[in-house]
Design a protein around this ligand. Structure first.
Ligand SMILES: *[C@@H]1O[C@H](CO)[C@@H](O)[C@H](O)[C@H]1NC(C)=O
Ligand SMILES: *[C@@H]1O[C@H](CO)[C@@H](O)[C@H](O)[C@H]1NC(C)=O
Ligand SMILES: *[C@@H]1O[C@H](CO)[C@@H](O)[C@H](O)[C@H]1NC(C)=O
Ligand SMILES: *[C@@H]1O[C@H](CO)[C@@H](O)[C@H](O)[C@H]1NC(C)=O
Ligand SMILES: *[C@@H]1O[C@H](CO)[C@@H](O)[C@H](O)[C@H]1NC(C)=O
Ligand SMILES: *[C@@H]1O[C@H](CO)[C@@H](O)[C@H](O)[C@H]1NC(C)=O
Ligand SMILES: CC(=O)N[C@H]1CO[C@H](CO)[C@@H](O)[C@@H]1O
Length: 364
């Protein structure tokens, strides 16, 4: 999308593709992954709370713009707990601008807790996993997270991210962790830099360390990748098959996007996973509200509403497990890449829901 040739590429893919599979996700996801990857790559993890916004007497928290944070959750009638899970990238948490505070994350989690009980994170940078866990504890919520160790072709990055993850687990225990993701879209994005085998070896390395910690529950270790990259080797490497499925990047008309997603996920992810008795989860699915169209997919708030209306309740009644993409718009991605990249949020960065979105009434 940064490259104007990409839409030509997409069109040619659409004309020539045998099935819908190729159309999926690839483009925007590459960019997202590169952005996330580079941010995480650059990031350093200071494990102290010196930038947390905590004041001298440790009783109050502040947001980045110095607003005091109250730990009481006031229910907002616009919010409904209807999402299986949600992807969360804290605002202001992009290195080297780690100006996110624990106070901000508390405010975010107060809001997210009214939408879902499950949060997936993209890396260990800017204390994002520690703050999220601390917020859940401080707010006494029954919520869980999936932290991600970012993986690129640099062993130092992996070591640092991995150390942060194990520090997190040592500090908070395993109860509030649903599983551990080792990278996102690594087999696709880093295929040219590191052998896929390196990623699979790292998953195995993390699993070995996890197993040696003697938890009471089985802690799944996996990576997530484009649904079209799920093959036998991928399935063999993971405990649960996590796949990103984006009808938007498939160029699908929003009116058929939910049914397309169900069909695609079932055919390319669930069926091969089931064949070896593994569970499957959609790690990213959503609809953008601004930026360039892709084929028949148009990014508008009204189309996000249609996607929510057609996908969420139906998924819940099917028992489909999915993490909605994503909580907030990301102005830093817009600045660095395109409006489209930065416009997948259900919320604006100031924590107001996009207008006039009305969340559907569903049973979770
Ligand atoms: C310490 O906490 C109290 C509330 O318990 C607050 O009134 C006071 O301003 C805080 N002190 C500082 C230095 O922020
Ligand atoms: C937090 O908000 C609640 C509800 O509005 C209020 O009762 C409580 O006093 C507030 N706490 C602080 C420390 O301001
Ligand atoms: C917390 O949530 C889990 C599953 O989401 C549920 O099994 C458990 O009973 C809940 N615990 C409490 C204390 O509500
Ligand atoms: C790997 O990352 C570290 C910092 O995290 C950096 O110092 C080092 O130069 C990087 N190595 C390569 C080969 O890029
Ligand atoms: C989706 O269907 C509605 C109602 O049939 C129609 O008004 C709308 O134009 C369609 N949207 C697209 C993008 O085709
Ligand atoms: C939040 O941000 C959006 C988008 O910039 C804006 O339209 C809205 O007015 C803001 N709301 C508040 C309460 O600041
Ligand atoms: C210090 C800093 O980066 N603040 C930014 C945090 O995020 C808000 C909302 O996007 C921006 O307005 C601030 O500039």
């Amino acid at each position: 999308m940064v490259d104007p040739n990409i839409s030509d590429w997409l069109r040619s893919q659409q004309q020539s593709s045998r099935k819908h599979r190729i159309k999926v996700t690839i483009i925007g996801i590459v960019i997202l992954a590169v952005v996330i990857g580079s941010v995480t790559y650059l990031s350093k993890n200071s494990n102290n709370y010196s930038h947390s916004g905590k004041n001298g007497n440790n009783t109050e928290y502040y947001t980045w713009d110095k607003k005091p944070v109250n730990l009481t959750i006031i229910p907002n009638s616009l919010y409904k707990k209807i999402f299986y899970g949600i992807n969360y990238g804290p605002v202001n948490a992009s290195y080297p601008w780690c100006s996110n505070t624990l106070g901000d994350v508390i405010e975010d989690v107060k809001m997210i807790s009214q939408l879902t009980n499950r949060i997936r994170l993209y890396g260990m940078d800017c204390n994002m996993a520690d703050y999220t866990m601390e917020a859940i504890v401080k707010l006494k919520l029954n919520m869980t997270i999936v932290p991600t160790i970012w993986v690129d072709d640099n062993d130092t990055t992996y070591q640092r991210q991995s150390d942060s993850l194990f520090n997190l687990i040592k500090k908070y225990g395993e109860d509030k962790i649903d599983g551990i993701s080792v990278g996102n879209e690594g087999t696709f994005i880093f295929r040219k830099d590191i052998p896929t085998k390196t990623l699979y070896d790292r998953i195995s390395d993390v699993r070995t360390k996890i197993n040696s910690m003697g938890f009471n529950k089985k802690m799944p270790v996996f990576t997530s990748d484009l649904g079209s990259n799920v093959d036998d080797a991928f399935i063999a490497a993971v405990d649960i098959v996590w796949a990103n499925v984006h009808p938007f990047f498939g160029g699908i008309n929003v009116n058929t996007s939910a049914s397309w997603t169900f069909k695609f996920f079932d055919e390319f992810v669930v069926t091969p996973a089931k064949a070896v008795n593994k569970d499957a989860i959609i790690s990213e699915v959503g609809w953008p509200t601004a930026g360039a169209s892709q084929g028949s997919a148009v990014p508008t708030v009204s189309n996000l509403q249609t996607f929510l209306n057609t996908f969420i309740c139906s998924s819940n009644s099917k028992g489909l497990k999915y993490y909605f993409f994503e909580t907030f718009d990301t102005p830093w991605k817009t600045a660095k890449w395109t409006t489209l990249e930065g416009s997948w949020g259900l919320f604006h960065p100031n924590r107001t829901m996009k207008h006039p979105i009305i969340l559907p009434d569903c049973v979770l």
